[in-house]
Ligand binder design. Structure first.
Ligand SMILES: C[S@@+](CC[C@H](N)C(=O)[O-])C[C@H]1O[C@@H](n2cnc3c(N)ncnc32)[C@H](O)[C@@H]1O
Length: 238
């Protein structure tokens, strides 16, 4: 495999930073250095990256997407990753508002860096992912590292909403109609005890309360992470 191929972060073409591959490599390198400064003393951080690097050596996200039929492509399968340092910071924000939270579900888990980081930090994690290829490659990494991540394959819009304390999803690329359906699902299946940590998506409606927010780096630039809870009073329930 060529060096250029290995340096590529796996973002889809439309998500690549300004200046194309050059920008992608510059941003990826800066992010890796930033993470190494913050987390380089943690063995799990090195192990996650080493094992994923080995597991995904020959992975081509464009080819995986191209192999899907029109019905299989949900239109939400954009790829990018939340680095460990960003989810660690977002989890601290969650604990300020949900001090007893200990389980997290990542709706659309991708390779599972976010899920594996949460597990390494002591959380119980459920990783839901549509593309079976990710489960095939990442589940063995979790087992090898002894991380408590349960993987479920399927469309999270159709699966029941898990009863995790924190529900996370990277909503950056979700179309408006999809967001509407997902917000309805949160409202009908969620509980007021759950936190909804959403990237680049603020639920600005009376059914939800935005509790806190923070902008953090992700592989495609930066995302605004907003933590919400459901309002379960009579006005919204009717
Ligand atoms: C931008 S990546 C985020 C990965 C990870 N959550 C993170 O933040 O690092 C989005 C992932 O969600 C998956 N996805 C998108 N829509 C989905 C759906 N309806 N059901 C299950 N997975 C989905 C995609 O395949 C992709 O792997």
């Amino acid at each position: 495999m060529s060096l250029m191929r290995r340096l590529k972060s796996g973002l889809r073409k439309e998500q690549k930073p300004w200046l194309g591959l050059l920008g992608e490599v510059a941003w990826g390198t800066s992010l890796a250095l930033y993470e190494a400064i913050l987390l380089g003393d943690k063995a799990w951080w090195w192990q996650i990256h080493y094992h994923l690097w080995r597991a995904y050596g020959d992975w081509d996200p464009d080819a995986v997407l191209a192999s899907l039929s029109a019905e299989e492509d949900l239109g939400t399968l954009a790829y990018g990753e939340t680095p460990a340092s960003s989810i660690k910071r977002a989890l601290s924000m969650c604990r300020e508002h949900f001090p007893n939270a200990f389980s997290l579900c990542d709706l659309g888990a991708g390779r599972g860096v976010l899920s594996m980081t949460c597990a390494a930090l002591g959380w119980d994690v459920l990783a839901v992912e549509y593309l079976a290829e990710f489960l095939k490659r990442s589940e063995p990494v979790c087992q090898k590292m002894g991380l408590t991540v349960d993987w479920v394959q399927g469309d999270f819009l159709k699966l029941p909403l898990p009863p995790a304390d924190i529900i996370h999803t990277a909503g950056t690329a979700y179309p408006t109609e999809f967001r509407q359906k997902l917000a309805d699902k949160f409202f009908t299946e969620g509980t007021a005890e759950q936190g909804f940590l959403l990237q680049d998506w603020i639920l600005d409606e009376e059914r939800f309360e935005a509790l806190a927010g923070v902008r953090l780096p992700v592989t495609w630039g930066s995302s605004y992470f907003t933590l919400h809870r459901l309002r379960r009073d009579e006005a919204t329930a009717s």
